[in-house]
Design a protein around this ligand. Structure first.
Ligand SMILES: Cc1ncc(C[n+]2csc(CCOP(=O)(O)OP(=O)(O)O)c2C)c(N)n1
Length: 660
């Protein structure tokens, strides 16, 4: 059964509390200012006290609204004042804000005429949980993935300058997303090109869980700058005070740019790149934020404003900055009073959970096994692994390309890396998979969680392209399990496979929900499974569509009095050629079914197999059509694209009539 509640890209196991003081700061019964504010124009005349009150009312609105719909709670509570200040200072949509990831855009949506639609947030045909150009002229760029904001904003700034226009372009990026390669490449170019662009760096010390890495440490040092600067000032003071040589020495040291400058200039990395650094600024203090933004508007140069915020501010459980607090980054509906997510009816463990548990189990017997995650240890189910094997998990921060590079290096050094990345985010590392892994035939194990449709996160997050983008690469083996037991068997296959790269795709939530009982078995590479035999039609299905294919076969047999073979493909690459060819030749036609794109998908592979073996029989490929799929619950989306049981049966029945 599909888990409807846990509809965001993270997990949501929480403990409830009965102590209301541990949950909310205060619940407001009615709002004074928010009802009058629908667009940024409505806040232009508000004074600072009114803006402060507006911030509190917006926070209250967010908590109440997201508690019902689910959504990205923590990131939005943390950016209330930043967005209000941006809307106060800038003239939107003439000026533009490019959001990174776009998950922190809710206040922007409230201030751009979409407040009344918040009950539709992330629902089918409702407003998106991310910025979306087709939704509003105020959404300057469509987003969902981390890293693109500075590049896309710079493109806009270049275009503005080419046209001789004078509007402001702002990129809003978190400290987590700043670790993405694309963001760092953009900073490098921005400093060189010197096009005026304002970057707001929202530093809350968290990505989904606490941030890791050198950048994060560096930002931390800047964050503590008042202390840092005062100790440097003290140092300067000490040098100058030295008898007779002091002043001379101070000037000499000032000239030794690369050493002394590091001691006295905050944000030196950005300054060295050619980007003016301002900060750190208290991101919850409108009196501090507004003048800094006004000043940035006048600067006419690339500038980065380092803003310090608290993720989840205003809802105590979401303010937790420990790894446990990561669940409040985003999740389903929650109980405001008890501070916990509302449990789904589906108690079956998710694929992510089974993955983490089994990997940890395997790692207990095999010291070569290690795990790589790109800031998603919760979402990919690796938290337990991290507890049990802390020295064998590598959280590389939001950096999928680097994660694949690390995995390739580990594999080249005879270790057994399992690189766990959501299908959609692994797209960012396509060339690394080709160049750093497949070309050298390195045994990296790619574990692609959230393959297939993911629901409310929508088109940026549906993991529907991986079959197509992996099966074209030489050397790689690619599998998809039909259920949880087969999943565990395939993980064992991956552990044992040392000859080259191997990937597994598995869906969000759980599968059939049947308990896994056999933890030792494995599947043979390239071996599919014949589930039923019949001479009129062969259904060849892969992964999540195998069990539905079995149901549909039965329904078709009953409806049309025909005999249907069902093959569980198991392997996207290599296909079980013998099984498929033998079975297809016996029947009169073949239908392939997959939860991936029809173009270049598993069915394309079957077609290629048939044509290269001169088997010319009618073949129908069913899967994700050649379009971006909307947001919504998975059953609704399945119905829309014809992947639900009823539609499948109807499509196949009418196709059979056509080809008769
Ligand atoms: C390429 C990519 N990888 C991973 C994710 C999943 N993800 C969404 S938000 C997020 C953390 C973002 O951290 P930060 O930029 O600091 O923003 P914050 O949520 O802390 O405001 C992650 C890892 C993503 N959206 N895109």
């Amino acid at each position: 059964m599909i888990n409807e509640i846990q509809n965001i890209d993270e997990t949501s196991d929480t403990e409830c509390t009965t102590d209301s003081n541990l949950v909310r700061l205060n619940i407001q019964k009615s709002h004074q200012i928010l009802p009058q504010v629908n667009t940024s124009h409505d806040l232009k005349d508000l004074d600072i006290d009114q803006l402060k009150l507006l911030s509190e009312e917006i926070r209250d609105f967010l908590i109440q609204s997201i508690s019902k719909t689910g959504g990205h709670l923590g990131p939005n509570l943390g950016t209330v004042e930043i967005i209000i200040a941006l809307h106060k200072v800038f003239d939107l949509p003439r000026d533009e804000i490019v959001f990174d990831v776009g998950h922190q855009c809710y206040v922007h949506k409230i201030l751009t005429g979409r407040k009344s639609q918040f009950d539709t947030l992330r629902k089918y045909k409702g407003i998106s949980g991310f910025t979306k150009r087709s939704e509003s002229i105020f959404d300057s760029f469509t987003a969902g993935h981390g890293g693109p904001s500075i590049s896309c904003a710079l493109g806009k700034a270049i275009a503005r300058d080419m046209k001789g226009a004078s509007n402001n372009i702002v990129a809003l990026i978190g400290d987590g997303a700043l670790a993405e390669g694309m963001a760092l490449e953009a900073l490098n170019h921005l400093g060189h090109s010197q096009h005026p662009l304002i970057i707001i760096l929202n530093d809350n010390e968290m990505s989904i869980s606490p941030n890791v890495g050198g950048y994060s440490k560096y930002l931390n040092r800047l964050r503590n700058e008042p202390h840092f600067r005062s100790s440097k000032d003290y140092f300067k003071h000490l040098v100058r005070e030295l008898p007779s040589y002091g002043e001379k020495l101070y000037h000499m040291m000032s000239k030794v740019k690369d050493s002394f400058k590091y001691l006295v200039t905050p944000g030196v990395i950005f300054e060295e790149l050619g980007i003016r650094y301002v900060g750190p600024v208290d991101g919850h203090n409108l009196e501090a934020l507004i003048p800094v933004l006004e000043e940035a508007k006048r600067t006419n140069k690339p500038i980065i404003i380092h803003v310090q915020t608290k993720k989840g501010r205003g809802f105590i459980p979401a303010e937790d900055t420990s790894p446990k607090g990561a669940i409040w980054h985003g999740g389903g509906p929650f109980d405001i009073h008890k501070g916990c997510f509302i449990k789904s009816d589906n108690e079956a463990p998710s694929y992510s959970k089974i993955f983490g548990q089994h990997l940890s189990r395997m790692a207990g017997d095999d010291p070569k096994i290690c795990a790589v995650t790109a800031a998603m240890s919760d979402g990919t189910g690796l938290v337990k692994f991290a507890e049990q094997h802390p020295d064998r998990i590598f959280d590389v921060s939001m950096a999928e390309q680097h994660a694949v590079g690390i995995g390739s290096g580990l594999a080249a050094s005879n270790l057994k890396p399992f690189v766990a990345i959501y299908s959609t985010f692994l797209q960012r590392a396509f060339d690394q998979i080709m160049h750093d892994c497949c070309l050298q035939n390195l045994p990296v194990r790619f574990c692609m969680d959230r393959s297939g449709l993911v629901g409310a996160d929508g088109p940026t997050h549906h993991g529907v392209f991986d079959i197509a983008y992996l099966r074209l690469l030489p050397n790689i083996i690619c599998m998809a399990p039909k259920d949880e037991q087969e999943f565990v068997s395939m993980l064992n296959t991956m552990r044992n496979h040392q000859a080259g790269p191997i990937a597994i795709r598995y869906p969000r939530g759980s599968g059939t929900g049947e308990a896994v009982t056999d933890f030792a078995s494995s599947v043979k590479i390239g071996e599919g499974e014949l589930l039923s035999e019949g001479s009129d039609l062969t259904l060849v299905a892969i992964g999540s569509m195998v069990v539905p294919a079995q149901r549909i076969a039965k329904a078709l047999e009953a409806e049309l009095s025909i005999r249907v073979s069902v093959i569980n493909g198991r392997f996207i690459k290599p296909l079980d050629e013998q099984l498929i060819l033998t079975q297809v030749k016996k029947s009169k036609c073949v239908v392939t079914i997959e939860e991936g794109t029809i173009k270049g998908g598993f069915g394309s592979g079957v077609l290629e197999l048939l044509s290269s073996n001169k088997v010319y029989i009618p073949c129908l490929n069913i899967g994700i059509p050649d379009e971006f799929i909307a947001q919504g619950t998975i059953p609704v989306l399945f119905k829309e694209i014809g992947l639900d049981d009823q539609s499948l049966q109807k499509t196949i029945t009418s196709w059979l009539k056509e080809i008769k």
